[in-house]
Design a protein around this ligand. Sequence first.
Ligand code: 5AD
Ligand code: SF4
Length: 480
Amino acid sequence: MNKKHNYDLPSINLARKRSLERSPIERELFVIPDECKNIGKGKKYFLRTYGCQANQRDSETIAGILEHLGYEAVDDLNKADLILLNTCAIRKNAEDKVYGELGALKKLKRESPELIIAMGGCMAQEEGAVQEILHKYPQVDLLFGTHNIYNLPKLLFDAVKKHEKVVEVFSRQGEVYENLPTRRFLKHKAWVNIAYGCDKFCTYCIVPYTRGKERSRLLDDIVDEVKTLVKEGYKEVCLLGQNVNAYGRDLNMEHGFATLLAAVAESGIKRLRFMTSHPWNFDDETIAVIAKYPNIMPYIHLPLQSGNDEILKKMNRRYSQKEYLELFDKLKKAIPGCAFTTDIIVGFPNESKEAFNDTLKVVDYCKFDNAFTFIFSPREGTPAYNMEDTISMEEKEERLQILNHKVADYALMHNKRFEGQTVEVLVDGISKRNKEVYSGYTPENKLVNFTGRQVEIGSLVKVKINSAMSFSLNGELVEE
Ligand code: 5AD
Ligand code: SF4
């Protein structure tokens, strides 16, 4: 606690702590304190989300709370009484986007001093970022952490009615909230949290600090949520966790994720996905469940990060190149036609040319359908932040280019195999670029743009693929 301001500031040292105790589950009805009721009545909010699916899902909760308070969503930030940024801290460029946006908002705040600018998400959990915002971005009225969303009514009340700067960021290990309102952004696809936080502590990663201890929701709560979604007409559910394979470990479940996945697959949902898998916890039981249920989509995102054993060790990834490849082979054999994507970091501190070549070798072996590639970004408070690094940024950028070319080549190779085939597409909407074109995804998570008669968003349709590009397929609707 900062005495001068009465702020609850984040602390990286506190955020590092992990106890063996089970995380508390909050189930009591979400009650808005009397004084906060209707503070959003007649007012508009603009919410922008950065980063991963966990943040997208949190934004649905934030929107749910705001709408409970009477706020109405707007797409134009100039019309908003409340602008809320749900931020990401994974790499410096994610943060720079937010600083840029905050800079642009300064003028708006000057013109309308009643405007409330709020910032939540992973950046708010970072000690350094919060100090920077407090010192250099006075236009921010409210800073709240990933563990403080439940308290948004009270925090907003203080900011709106008391005209105070409000900062509440807890660095505790975190709870499991079952009682918060949600406003889902889509009507056909839903994110469903299965576990929060992360205990892996990969040395480059800020997530274990910004999102707290690994804590699983109870299986029944998850299955009930999915059953409700099925009743509401949802076609696809994606189970979310920083590391889904660790699901249930904190509940002393054996083969927790395999058990959960099977239970959810039985719920009647048409398409089931999950994100993200860590190779280290991927057990045979889970592989068998994926292979067994046709409604579990043949698509696995399996972050590699590096193909070199020494770097993997320095990253604290807990697997070797050989182990990764063994798992990959097992999955490929068990799940025919399965698409694989991955995450790769280039330029980890002192990554040698040989080490980088090992990563390329793994890419050549696995021939991923796609890969999300990043240059290492030092995150303050993580062990890798202090590691010696003599590799120049120029060299790192060159490596990224080489890797990206390879990734695009394999992506195209995979997409080519769909040419002439008819695939099933879950329609997401009209393409951003061309109003006559629809877009959606195949079971393998391939983006398809297609033409034909009008179709409903959220319907499952057949599309004949005419041409393939590296990162999308083009086709025509097939009448059935
Ligand atoms: N620098 C670069 N990439 C990172 N990632 C996580 N932390 C960092 C970092 N400090 C990447 C990893 C992870 C993905 C979500 O982001 O590849 O899997
Ligand atoms: Fe998601 Fe990680 Fe970014 Fe937080 S830091 S929003 S958990 S990607």
